[in-house]
Design a protein around this ligand. Structure first.
Ligand code: NOJ
Length: 725
């Protein structure tokens, strides 16, 4: 936890004692300004009407507005400027789901630090990140912004992002406040339709959906955003159970809660408030401190306090929380910059290096038949084909407000750089991922015929994922599958690189390709990172942070599921996709698709091979409150140096309630030279094995546990231990 000056509470009390009710409500109001900050707004700032802005103005506008707030408003309370710095500010890192595939908390921390440095230089104090929603549904467009399906992984990576944004102290140069969102349950939207209803039993909420938020709060996250969805019938932005009971009482959170955009007044269409006034009362009582965009607090709470309907203390508490964060950020005390650069600086060398490394670590090698990859650098000629080969905007992915297409290095540019333009034949084949015209096919086939290998860049455009961008079909859109068939006619090694904001379903394409790299939307440095991987400068090392279905009909499909009373038997393996077979016994599966996913959680190949041996559990049993270590030897048995992400899973064999078939409890990225062997050791405490029982109590139950150390969620060496009373 961060340490802050002791006199902050005193300064807050002093201010509160001098603030009018209107000024307090101003602090609780956040305004979205699309363009410059107008003269009228400046006047309102002078009067204390606003406590915060999002999307406001240019860096120079923000400095001017802050000067007015500090120097010309009655009490000199600074504004807090928020912005969606989701996966980078000017330098764009892979989408969060891609970052999660790196399983590299330290590198993710560094990326968030770069983003914070760039954003704070532009007068931003606060980012609406990290997004910590767990989802099990790739139809949901916002899966791109998540850190995957697993609470343990998302907790580790989300906490790393918080540490990166906030640094050692919120008021240090280059630090901005984090905002963990969307609290909570948003990722469980029915059918993957954004903003939709969620039903999450309290046990599941606590064991899965709340975990990453708790981890981020423990890491010191300064603020929380309440979500759009209704959760078990109660909108998340008016939910006293999650906002007061869990967040404040149980977790002792003392920062502030901001609503999501209009989510306070959306309690009217949700049907729990008759109008904005009632919505404001519900949100305030539930614990939303600041209202984003809608104005129900400012317009209705004054009258509600004056009439005695609302306790003044609720207002004071909310303002206290907001001012606390403003003090912690040092906004009252930081000097106002004298001048602001007219142009923002382009990404610097450090930022580009982190972006390239993170992009490289996020790419997952899904297939590599006959060691098609890496290609030799001395290869004669490559054909670069596909709608994503040279599409800077798409490559940046969703939620990019400040990244510039002109900074982006695409795969086409990178291959031309490395191999020389003469050895790269470019024929996009399709103009965009959704293009259905085959007019470009002949040129693509011709390029493939004249090349020694074909690099096919497929996927989805930026605008097919992100907020309100859900899909019901997850196949490669447009005529991309047909393009694959066409260029396959050339009979050349076919390397498919998929850039997408979510897991797509591409079974036929994968079968046709010799190698498949999944690159997500990799950001500014995606091109050079991919070129390094394709040409063997570095080995792919990413592992899937989410299960890939074979077809949409399998959703939800996730690795940490329950066993059921009739788990499918291995005899049912191999059911082909799309063609129903005869009934195959009475267990939990489909007749027209294999029960396994296309690629499991944790999966990813390398150019080398790793061998796991010698699993050891330090003790056959541990008493309640005790700990033990689990270790295995991991050896690089191939010919190239590479990273492996070693994963630790457990299973609680018999519980008072059903328990997942596997749960991730540890992971480590290790770099091994050819022939090198290392012991990788994990500590497990009985607290790590805890879950919520039928009474929603956090318990570890005595009994036998299986434990695995392995390369993904389906394989590994298995051991066993017992937890005793
Ligand atoms: C709505 C989104 O749900 C949220 O994630 C974002 O931070 C806000 N808009 C502000 O842009």
């Amino acid at each position: 936890m961060m340490a802050y000056p002791a006199n902050i509470e005193q300064r807050i009390n002093d201010l509160l004692s001098r603030m009018t009710l209107e000024e307090k409500l101003g602090q609780m109001s956040q305004h979205s300004v699309g363009g410059p900050i107008s003269a009228q707004l400046k006047d309102e700032i002078r009067k204390g009407r606003w406590g915060s802005f999002l999307n406001a103005g240019s860096p120079a506008d923000r400095v001017e507005a802050q000067r007015i707030a500090l120097k010309e408003s009655r009490l000199g309370i600074p504004l807090i400027f928020g912005r969606d710095v989701i996966h980078g500010y000017r330098t764009i890192f892979p989408i969060p789901l891609g970052q999660a595939a790196s399983w590299d908390p330290e590198l993710i921390r560094q990326a968030a630090r770069v983003a914070a440095r760039e954003a704070s230089a532009a007068g931003i104090h606060w980012t609406f990140a990290p997004m910590l929603d767990i989802t099990r549904d790739p139809r949901w467009g916002r899966i791109a912004e998540t850190l995957g399906e697993d609470p343990y992984l998302a907790s580790a990576l989300g906490a790393a992002m918080v540490r990166g944004f906030q640094g050692d102290s919120l008021d240090a140069p280059g630090s901005i406040a984090a905002c963990v969102k969307h609290y909570v349950g948003y990722g469980a939207a029915e059918g993957g339709r954004d903003y939709n209803t969620t039903w999450i039993p309290e046990r599941l909420l606590r064991d899965v959906y709340l975990q990453p938020f708790h981890a981020a709060i423990r890491a010191g996250a300064a603020t929380v955003m309440s979500a759009f969805n209704d959760l078990n019938g109660v909108p998340a932005s008016g939910n006293p159970f999650t906002l007061r009971q869990v967040l404040r009482n149980e977790w002792k959170f003392d920062g502030f809660v901001v609503s999501d955009w209009n989510s306070v007044i959306e309690m009217v269409p949700h049907g729990v408030a008759a109008g904005p006034r009632e919505a404001a009362l519900i949100a305030l009582r539930a614990g939303v401190d600041m209202e984003m965009v809608s104005r129900s607090y400012y317009e209705h709470l004054k009258q509600a306090v004056e009439s005695g309907e609302v306790d003044q203390k609720l207002i004071d508490d909310a303002v206290r929380n907001i001012l606390r964060v403003k003090f912690r950020l040092g906004l009252f005390d930081k000097p106002i910059p004298e001048k602001v650069a007219a142009e923002e600086a382009p990404p610097d060398a450090e930022a580009l290096a982190v972006a390239k490394k993170l992009a490289a670590e996020s790419v997952v090698l899904l297939k590599n038949a006959n060691r098609t990859l890496p290609l030799s650098k001395t290869i004669g000629r490559v054909a670069v084909i596909g709608p994503l080969a040279d599409s800077p905007v798409d490559q940046m992915g969703c939620w990019v407000m400040d990244g510039k297409a002109s900074d982006v290095r695409t795969p086409l540019a990178a291959f031309r750089d490395v191999l020389g333009a003469a050895r790269v034949a470019y024929a996009p084949g399709l103009k965009t991922s959704r293009d259905t015209s085959r007019a470009g096919f002949p040129a693509a086939l011709e390029a493939a015929r004249r090349a020694d290998a074909v690099l096919l860049f497929l996927g989805e455009e930026q605008i097919l994922s992100g907020e309100a961008h859900s899909r019901a079909f997850l196949d490669l859109p447009g005529a991309q599958e047909a393009l694959v068939e066409e260029v396959a006619k050339a009979g050349k090694p076919l390397i498919v690189v998929i850039m997408a904001g979510r897991p797509l379903t591409f079974e036929k394409v994968a079968a046709r390709a010799d190698a498949v790299l999944y690159a997500w939307h990799p950001g500014t440095m995606g091109g050079p990172a991919i070129a390094d991987l394709v040409l063997g400068v570095e080995s792919p090392s990413g592992k899937l942070p989410v299960t890939f279905p074979r077809t949409v009909g399998q959703i939800p499909i996730y690795y940490n599921h329950m066993n059921t009373g009739r788990p499918p038997s291995e005899k049912a393996l191999g059911i082909p996709t799309g063609t129903p077979v005869d009934p195959q016994g009475f267990d939990s599966k489909y007749l027209d698709v294999d029960f396994t996913p296309a690629y499991p959680f944790g999966y990813g190949l390398s150019y080398t091979t790793f061998e796991y041996t010698n699993l050891r559990v330090s003790s056959p049993s541990m008493p309640m409150g005790g700990k033990l270590t689990v270790s295995a030897d991991v050896a690089n048995t191939g010919t190239v140096e590479a990273d492996e992400i070693v994963q630790l899973y457990v299973r609680d064999l018999v519980g008072s309630v059903t328990r997942p078939v596997r749960e991730l409890k540890g992971f480590r990225r290790v770099r091994l030279k050819p022939g090198e062997k290392r012991t990788v050791e994990f500590e497990l405490t009985t607290a790590d094995l805890a879950f919520h029982n039928a009474e929603n109590k956090l318990v570890t139950e005595p009994g036998v546990f299986h434990v695995w150390i392995g390369p993904d969620s389906t394989r590994g060496l298995r051991g066993e231990f017992r937890v005793t009373e």
